[in-house]
Design a protein around this ligand. Structure first.
Ligand SMILES: *[C@@H]1O[C@H](CO)[C@@H](O)[C@H](O)[C@H]1NC(C)=O
Ligand SMILES: *[C@@H]1O[C@H](CO)[C@@H](O)[C@H](O)[C@H]1NC(C)=O
Ligand SMILES: *[C@@H]1O[C@H](CO)[C@@H](O)[C@H](O)[C@H]1NC(C)=O
Length: 492
């Protein structure tokens, strides 16, 4: 029996490897064809802070047809006064967050559409059922007139069935037609979406970005560790997926890119006409995150960072492999050999938690934090570290840290470079490998807490002007108005 199954294995392994090799060639071809030009296009000129701020001020003076702009709409000024008309908005989201810790995409949907409902728009969410509907009605009844109306389709909790949602949408559309339809990624599939001209879809990651992600993850694999079967699987499937995606993306009327680099990719690689691609960066609820020095001091003492600790670094989020934690496991012990008074605070949960605990007393693992604790966490840090290996979407943690007045260090990815670290003043970037991370960490220690606090101030000012939920909601509102009525496309 054992012999037999071995035999089968070795037989099936051979063709797998050779397919893998030929796929590798195709993959490399793709990298050269698409990724490299895309990366080159993303070169951002080095500017001093002074020049940078005047550049943004110039943009605020910008005028024209918003559909022709290729920069993030967050850079513009939209009045906070009540909207000139209230819209009926349909939202397709696979999941609507209730109670649990939601992922980035669900948080985006929730933050955005709660804000739009508060501004007086009639928002209808079409989503999958939840296991705890009572909690939703509690959320709803807190502010019934300014909450989105949620339509759970029938079926199993958490299992998205777009055709059920579509039926409910059509029914609601018949009582009074929707002004605009918003899909979170492919919640609404392209064959249903293709005839909907008042549709905008927000992309939280593309297949091409996921190809880049696989490449970074494999490059960060320690020597001697075998390539993981899931990476092999992904690499084999991803190129046809990219091609398919480039073809079907055309069918959606309007595209919202959540980072500048994703906007470039949609225009230049996916070849979607410029006037149908709009960049609106994600935003973070500014009521939950902000500068609060007192909370930071309290948090430090509560978790036991001694007063003589010279520098406190922090990481947060899901503690999983694709967030690059193993780079930090390697780099941090090497850093503290020369600088024993540096601390690392780890928030979040996941398989990497135990390995952090094993690193000794300079690493403090605090587990998952609730919202107010997270606020204290960010404020307690001298610098926030994000060694992510996934160049997809845009990490909300970096924005949360910056809103808290904390500078950041992160992997040098097009999305991060193009939308977050737009000025050297905001922090440090590194290639996602141990040596480069260690070099950046050494520089951080050399610069010291005082210099980091200065950088933190610049981060806070920039984040308040760009990354708030209010800014995001106002930009989407304007986009939705523009989709409904061309007169609203002219800025200011
Ligand atoms: C919604 O209703 C309006 C008005 O009847 C109609 O023009 C539109 O096509 C409907 N939308 C969809 C997606 O069917
Ligand atoms: C979209 O329109 C085309 C052409 O009018 C039609 O053939 C197709 O069935 C429509 N698709 C949907 C999903 O309504
Ligand atoms: C968050 O956790 C802290 C400490 O565990 C607790 O005191 C606080 O009430 C919690 N806050 C919320 C909003 O749940």
């Amino acid at each position: 029996m054992a012999f037999n199954s071995n035999n089968i294995n070795s037989k099936s392994r051979k063709p797998l490897l050779s397919t893998f090799q030929s796929n590798l060639v195709i993959t490399l071809f793709f990298i050269l064809l698409f990724t490299v030009p895309a990366l080159l296009l993303l070169r951002t000129p080095k500017t001093s802070t002074c020049a940078l701020f005047s550049y943004y001020n110039n943009l605020k003076m910008w005028s024209g047809d918003l559909r022709a702009s290729n920069f993030a709409w967050n850079r513009l000024l939209f009045p906070q006064s009540p909207p000139s008309r209230s819209l009926k908005i349909a939202v397709f989201s696979r999941v609507w967050p209730v109670g649990t810790t939601p992922g980035g995409m669900e948080r985006h949907a929730y933050t955005l559409h709660t804000a739009l409902a508060r501004r007086g728009h009639h928002v209808h969410i079409f989503t999958s059922p939840v296991s705890n509907p009572a909690q939703v009605s509690a959320q709803q009844s807190e502010s019934p007139n300014s909450s989105p109306q949620i339509h759970f389709h029938e079926g199993e909790p958490g299992k998205w069935r777009y055709n059920k949602a579509w039926e409910q949408f059509l029914e609601e559309n018949q009582t009074e037609p929707f002004d605009v339809v918003h899909s979170e990624s492919v919640a609404l599939p392209h064959w249903l979406a293709q005839n909907v001209s008042n549709l905008a879809v927000s992309w939280h990651g593309t297949a091409l970005e996921s190809l880049q992600s696989d490449i970074y993850q494999d490059l960060a694999r320690p020597p001697g560790e075998p390539i993981s079967p899931s990476v092999i699987n992904n690499l084999q499937g991803v190129v046809p997926k990219v091609l398919k995606e480039i073809r079907f993306f055309q069918k959606y009327a309007h595209h919202v890119a959540i980072s500048d680099s994703c906007g470039e990719m949609l225009r230049d690689v996916y070849q979607i006409p410029q006037k149908r691609v709009h960049v609106v960066l994600n935003g973070v609820d500014e009521e939950n995150f902000g500068e609060d020095l007192k909370m930071g001091v309290e948090f430090r003492s509560r978790i036991g960072v001694p007063k003589d600790g010279s520098l406190v670094l922090g990481v947060a989020g899901r503690l999983v492999r694709d967030k690059g934690h193993h780079l930090l496991f390697e780099a941090f012990p090497r850093l503290i050999k020369n600088h024993p008074d540096v601390y690392l605070v780890v928030a979040g949960s996941g398989p990497a938690g135990q390995r952090y605990r094993d690193l000794g007393p300079r690493v403090i693992v605090v587990g998952s934090l609730n919202r107010s604790e997270l606020r204290g966490f960010y404020n307690s840090l001298d610098i926030f570290v994000n060694p992510t290996l996934r160049p997809q979407g845009l990490d909300l943690t970096l924005m949360e840290a910056m809103l808290s007045g904390t500078p950041v260090m992160a992997s040098r990815f097009p999305s991060i470079k193009g939308s977050i670290m737009v000025d050297d003043e905001f922090g440090y970037m590194f290639a996602p490998n141990v040596e480069s991370l260690l070099e950046a960490l050494e520089q951080v220690v050399k610069d010291g807490a005082g210099r980091l606090a200065q950088r933190g101030n610049a981060c806070r000012d920039y984040a308040i002007s760009m990354f708030t939920a209010t800014k995001m909601a106002l930009a989407y509102e304007r986009l939705f108005l523009c989709i409904k009525d061309e007169a609203f496309c002219m800025y200011p």
